[in-house]
Design a protein around this ligand. Structure first.
Ligand code: GLN
Length: 490
C-alpha cells in the first residue's frame, strides 16, 4: 500500500496542491469581482449598478457549479479524469487572463464562459481522482477527503489576502492576473504529479461508444443543440441578450436542472424501488442545502457590499481592504476542522447518533441566525463595527461544517448505483440553485433595506430548518427502505 504522504497515497499531495491553487484563483477572483463591477470607471471599475453587479456575481457562481454535471459526464464518457482536469485548468486560466486584460464588460462575460466551463471540468474530476486513490474498502478514504478539503480552505483563505489586497489597493487587473498565475502554478503541479494518480483516472470510466447510442436519440441531441445555439445567436443579434436576460435565464436553469436530474433518477428503469425511496428521502436534504448555499454564497455579494459600504474598515487602526472579510470563513473552517472531526467521532459513536437531517437542520438554523445577527447593526446609523460581520461569518461557517462534508458523504451513500459517478456534480448543483435564487434576492438589498433584508431571509431560513426537523421521521422512513445494504440514517 502506498503510504508516502503522512500515511496517505502520494497522489494526494498533487491533488491537494492543484485544488488549493485552483480555489486560490477562484476565490481570489470572487473576492474582487463585485468591487470591480460596481466601482466607478475613474476608480478602475466598470461602473455597473450595484444591484446588477450582485446578481451577476451570484449567477457567475451558479454557472460554475451547474457546469459540474457536464464536466462529470465528459470525464466519465469521453476523456477520463486526468485529461478533463487538465483541460479545465487551462480554460480557468484563460478566464482569469480575460479579466486581467483591461478590456471591459465583454472580457468579463468571456471570462464567465471560460471559468464556468473550466471549473465544471476540473472540480468534479479532481474530487473523483481523490476517491480513486483508494481501494473500495480503504479506511483512509474519509481522512483523505478531509485533508483534501483543507486544500480547498488553504487556497480560499490566502486568495482574498493576496489577490484581494493587490486588486483593491493597486489595480483590479493586476489582482486578476495573480489569480491567473495561481491557476498556472496549479497546472504545473498537476502535470508534474499526475503520474502518482490511479490508472483509473487516465481513461473514461463508462466510455461512450457511438454504436450504443440509438440513432433517433443522437439526431434529437444534435438538433436540440443546434436549435439552442441558433436561438442564443438570434437573441444576441436582436439585442435581446442583455444582462437581465442572462441573469434570469441562469437563475431559471439553476433551479430547473436539479429538478430535471431528480426526475430522471426517479423515473429511470435502472433505479431500483429501494433506491427510489432513498432518493425521495434525499430530496428534502438537497432542498435544505439549496437554502444553506443561498445564504452562505452571499458572502461574495450582499456581505461583500455590506463590508465595503456599511462597515467601519478603519476600526483596527489601519484601512482593512473589504475583500479580507472573505477569508474569515475559510480561516474559521481550518481552525475548527479538528474540533468538529473529534465532535462527529464522539457523537456518531454515541447511543443516539445525530442523523444527517438533524445536522442539516442545525446548519440551516445557524445560517438563519447569522443573518439575524446583522439586523441590529443595520438599524443603527453610520458604519457598524466589523465584529458584527465577523460574528455572522463565523456562525455561517459553523453551519457549513455541519452541512458540506456531511452532505458529500450522504450524497455518495444515497446515490442509485447507476448514477453514482455523476453524484459529485449533482451535489454541486445545490450550490448552483442556491446562487440562482440568490441572484434574484440580492437586488432587494441596499444599505437602506439591510435590516428588513437580513431579518426576513434569516427568519425564513429558520422556518425551513424547523420544517426539516418536523420531516425527520418521514425522511428516516424513506431512506431506511428495507433490504438495501449500507443504508445511512437520514
Ligand atoms: N466551498 C466549497 C468549495 O469551494 C464547497 C462549495 C459547494 O459545495 N457549493 O469547494
Amino acid at each position: 500500500m502506498d503510504r508516502s504522504f503522512f500515511g496517505q497515497p502520494r497522489g494526494l499531495v498533487g491533488l491537494f496542491c492543484t485544488e488549493a491553487w485552483e480555489r486560490f484563483s477562484y476565490y481570489g477572483m470572487r473576492a474582487l469581482l463585485l468591487y470591480y463591477m460596481y466601482d466607478q470607471v475613474t476608480d478602475g471599475g466598470l461602473g455597473i449598478p450595484a444591484d446588477t453587479a450582485k446578481s451577476v456575481v451570484a449567477v457567475y457562481g451558479s454557472a460554475t457549479y451547474m457546469a459540474a454535471i457536464l464536466g462529470g459526464w465528459i470525464s466519465d464518457r469521453l476523456l477520463g479524469d486526468r485529461r478533463t482536469t487538465f483541460l479545465g485548468g487551462v480554460l480557468i486560466m484563460c478566464g482569469h487572463i480575460c479579466l486581467a486584460l483591461p478590456a471591459g464588460a465583454g472580457a468579463l462575460f468571456a471570462s464567465m464562459i471560460f471559468i464556468a466551463c473550466g471549473t465544471g471540468l476540473l472540480k468534479p474530476t479532481v474530487s473523483s481522482s481523490v476517491g480513486d486513490l483508494y481501494a473500495k474498502d480503504d479506511p483512509r478514504r474519509d481522512s483523505g477527503f478531509s485533508i483534501y478539503y483543507m486544500g480547498i480552505s488553504v487556497g480560499a483563505v490566502a486568495a482574498p489576502l493576496v489577490v484581494g489586497t493587490i486588486g483593491q489597493k493597486y489595480d483590479y487587473h493586476l489582482g486578476f492576473g495573480i489569480a491567473a498565475i495561481g491557476m498556472a502554478l496549479g497546472l504545473v503541479v498537476y502535470v508534474r504529479t499526475q503520474r502518482h494518480l490511479s490508472d483509473i483516472s487516465s481513461r473514461p470510466k463508462n466510455p461512450l461508444r457511438l454504436s450504443d447510442v440509438p440513432r433517433t436519440r443522437a439526431v434529437w441531441f444534435v438538433a436540440s443543440l443546434a436549435g439552442l445555439t441558433a436561438s442564443i445567436a438570434l437573441a444576441a443579434a436582436a439585442g435581446l441578450l442583455g444582462v437581465t436576460a442572462v441573469v434570469n435565464s441562469i437563475s431559471a436553469l439553476a433551479v430547473a436542472l436539479p429538478i430535471a436530474y431528480f426526475t430522471a433518477m426517479l423515473r429511470s428503469k435502472r433505479t431500483t424501488p429501494a433506491e427510489r425511496a432513498r432518493v425521495r428521502g434525499y430530496i428534502p436534504l438537497f432542498i435544505a442545502a439549496v437554502f444553506f448555499w443561498m445564504i452562505q454564497e452571499q458572502g461574495a455579494t450582499v456581505l461583500a457590499q455590506y463590508a465595503d459600504r456599511s462597515t467601519d474598515l478603519d476600526a483596527f487602526g489601519f484601512a482593512v481592504p473589504a475583500s479580507w472579510f472573505q477569508s474569515v470563513g475559510s480561516f474559521v473552517l481550518i481552525v475548527l476542522t479538528p474540533l468538529f472531526a473529534a465532535l462527529w467521532l464522539r457523537m456518531d459513536s454515541s447511543a443516539r447518533p445525530p442523523s444527517t437531517a438533524s445536522k442539516f437542520s442545525f446548519a440551516l438554523a445557524v445560517a438563519g441566525v447569522s443573518y439575524l445577527v446583522l439586523v441590529l447593526p443595520s438599524l443603527q446609523d453610520g458604519d457598524s463595527s466589523p465584529l458584527w460581520l465577523v460574528g455572522s461569518l463565523v456562525l455561517v461557517t459553523i453551519g457549513e461544517m455541519c452541512l458540506s462534508p456531511i452532505g458529500l458523504s450522504a450524497t455518495a451513500k444515497l446515490a442509485p448505483a447507476a448514477f453514482a459517478t455523476q453524484t459529485m456534480g449533482l451535489w454541486l448543483t445545490a450550490g448552483a440553485a442556491g446562487q440562482g435564487i440568490a441572484a434574484q434576492l440580492v437586488k432587494f438589498y441596499s444599505p437602506d433595506t439591510a435590516g428588513v433584508y437580513f431579518g426576513a431571509i434569516g427568519a425564513a431560513t429558520i422556518v425551513v430548518s424547523l420544517v426539516l426537523l418536523a420531516l425527520l421521521p418521514v425522511i428516516r422512513r424513506q431512506t431506511e427502505a428495507k433490504g438495501v445494504p449500507g443504508d445511512v440514517r437520514p
